[in-house]
Design a protein around this ligand. Structure first.
Ligand code: SF4
Length: 276
């Protein structure tokens, strides 16, 4: 299955698993940009609190622009990295004020994709993820932002190579029109199931599409990723130990997810004596 085909299948399975996201593009572009600047390396809760406090103290962006940077820092302290973020936010607002004469990103609506992307990427501290969030969530353009969860999940799925830049590796293959929902669903999968240290492959709707899992299974076991009961297994651990195991399908996926497990194969490959 090629990458594009695989992403179509993943989008369909995640929709069946989680339901339609119901999210539609829209909202004020500058609000989205500044909310995203506040979201880097912090939780949604901290971002939301910092953003709410910023807007409570400075209801208009013009007030943030003219406020002393220390007051902006204080307002967003809850998001962490408040000094750097406060400086960035004020730099973005200054740039808009000087270049456009108003604190609005509304002009992006009239720009073609490439120009809008280049303009956003030229802002201090704005990388592809942030720029693409504005373009996708605010304008409904066909961009696919990749956060840390999506990067991890798509690498495990085999969609992004270890040395590839995820935005470049994924962009040509994301099904058109599915960007927003797929983005949200992959983040949810990454947070709840495909967690950094201990993925819960037993609860994942994608194990038969996942390189992380497939690479650990003997070809004879791979059909069991969709359904069926595994035969007695031989588990090879990192470090060289091997052990027999008798598990159901969920147990097979749990073993495959275990970072200590290197390979799983049917126990019939054991010598007749060991297999008894
Ligand atoms: S099967 Fe496991 S490793 Fe693969 S995407 Fe699902 S949770 Fe992540």
């Amino acid at each position: 299955m090629g990458k594009s085909e695989k992403l179509v299948e993943i989008a369909a399975r995640l929709r069946a698993h989680y339901g339609p996201s119901g999210r539609r593009p829209g909202g004020d572009l500058l609000d989205i940009l500044i909310g995203t600047i506040l979201s880097h390396n912090t939780s949604d809760l901290n971002r939301d609190r910092a953003y709410a406090e910023l807007r409570r103290r400075f209801p208009r962006w013009e007030e943030v622009l003219t406020a002393p940077v220390e007051e902006v820092e204080e307002a967003i302290r809850g998001a962490g990295l408040h000094r750097q973020r406060a400086r960035r936010i004020k730099q973005v607002l200054s740039r808009l004020s000087e270049e456009r004469g108003e604190l609005s990103l509304g002009f992006l609506r009239a720009l073609p994709d490439g120009e809008a992307e280049r303009w956003l990427l030229s802002l201090p501290g704005v990388g592809k993820k942030t720029a693409y969030i504005v373009l996708l969530f605010g304008l409904g353009r066909h961009f696919f932002p990749v956060d840390t969860h999506i990067a991890r999940v798509t690498r495990r799925l085999g969609l992004v190579g270890e040395r590839e830049e995820p935005h470049a590796a994924l962009a040509p293959h994301v099904p058109r029109g599915k960007e927003l929902e797929l983005h949200l669903h992959l983040i949810r999968l990454g947070r709840e199931v495909c967690r950094p240290r201990h993925p819960r492959c037993q609860a994942c709707p994608l194990p038969d599409l996942c390189r992380y899992v497939i690479s650990k299974l003997d070809p004879a076991l791979r059909p069991l990723l969709r359904q069926g009961t595994p035969p007695p297994l031989l588990v090879q651990y990192e470090g060289g130990d091997t052990e027999p195991a008798q598990v159901d399908r969920a147990g097979l996926l749990a073993l495959a997810a275990d970072p200590q497990v290197r390979y799983l194969e049917p126990a019939h490959k054991l010598s007749p004596k060991e297999g008894r």
